[in-house]
Design a protein around this ligand. Sequence first.
Ligand SMILES: [Zn+2]
Length: 508
Amino acid sequence: MLTDMHTAHDGIWASVFDPTQHPWLPNPSTGLSLENILALSPLNETDVAQHIARFLGLSLISLAKTPMYHSSNSSKNGVFIADNLMGISDPTQLLSTLSKYHAFKEKPLRLVCLSHTERLRFLYKQRSLSWQKRLDKKETALVNLPDLARFCCDYAYHMRASDLQLLPQGKHHRLTLRIDGIRQSLLSIPAALSIRLARHWLLQAQLSYTQKQPQDGTLSILINTHTKRLRLHACPTDKGMSISIRLPRSTQHYELSDLQLEPTQRKQLMQSLSQSHGLIFVTGPTGSGKTQTLYCCLRHLAHEGRHVISLEDPVEQELPHITQIPVRANTDLGYAEAMTHALRQDPDVIMIGEVRDRETAAMALQAAQTGHLVLASCHSSHTLATCDRLKQLGLDLRELNHIPTTLLAQRLVRSYCTFCFKQKKQSCLHCDSGYQGRRAIFECLPLSSSLIQVLSSHDMTQINRIAKKQSVLWLGDHAKLLIQQRITSLDECQRVLGRLMESNQHDS
Ligand SMILES: [Zn+2]
């Protein structure tokens, strides 16, 4: 660790520490911050924290069982976990952090190391307690609105929330977050302040508070020195403006392998993607990850050199090498109109964001019949229910006999938190609930002609017999595999799938 003392005159840093020997440590001379290192490092966060603790000669502790200590002295670089006990994680910030705490000269300040995420999440929880105390004391006139608005977005970002919502309800309005699909409370705020906060956000998004119609806009905020654009939706209610802010997802482009399909499912999907023409319907309720699955398929197809056009309402993520056309239902450029335009562009593959009317369904079928591969999402609970949905949309299943058609249903279940998995059912600062992140459950059903023949009978014995022959996994079967592999729990699968956990429960 110590370099040759001859280099001591090169500077204090070089005299005690050779950065080239420690690429996992933050280093002001290379400009790499701890955040960048964590993003780039092949090591996981706990390993990096262990190296830093060893380097500083401090013990690394986990806050999993530490009760929340309320301190207003905590800062972005050092959090107080108890009296005079400070947790740090970034050695480059050590001196500046310590210099802020002259007040503790009387009592010796004790230091421990924390992982980066634990420190930030502990800090933001302390701050949310401070905010709630101030709001409860009705110090609302003194509240700095930009500070509160910023705190809410920062908090949501650091807690990995997908949405932040301001919900006008009664005397106290609620600020809530959605994390891994589960709603959590952030703050309860007095109605008068909630109105000011809503105005603040609307102004930032260049929208009007007096508008009686729902509005869409974007907010630009600074998170970790990067400007992020957040989608904002405002809807007037009888108790005030309801605001929903969508947090940016990772800009990472996922590949087909990231979907983590079972080998048989992957083979079935790849087979349908390799066709020059056909239909692939991805189904599931809102928020079940359909868009991400479709995006992975499109990226795979574009990578093969095919001309891909996607029609989306709205475009959720920009994809390289794919022509994305934003459509708006009930306007001159709805799905059906956009489809007509797209076909004139001579595409090999067309993606339809959602098939929700007979006209679009008929056009999708026609495009598939004329040599295009058509991918689409539609709302139904599972693959067999999709058949009923397609019939409602005017498609005769017998017409699909000569068109390779694949139905893919999916759900997202929360997966166990890798940080506290060994102490199962406990939570830690990384997760709050024992779960962290989500994993998709799939049901991939290629519509063979023998299957089409028995589908109208709704005879599950017959359908199951053919599905088994085709190695189809129902949603419940895939869920059970993930439970066996200890990726998620039975409770979680039952929460998401309900009676679909039982195979043979497909009689929609
Ligand atoms: Zn955990």
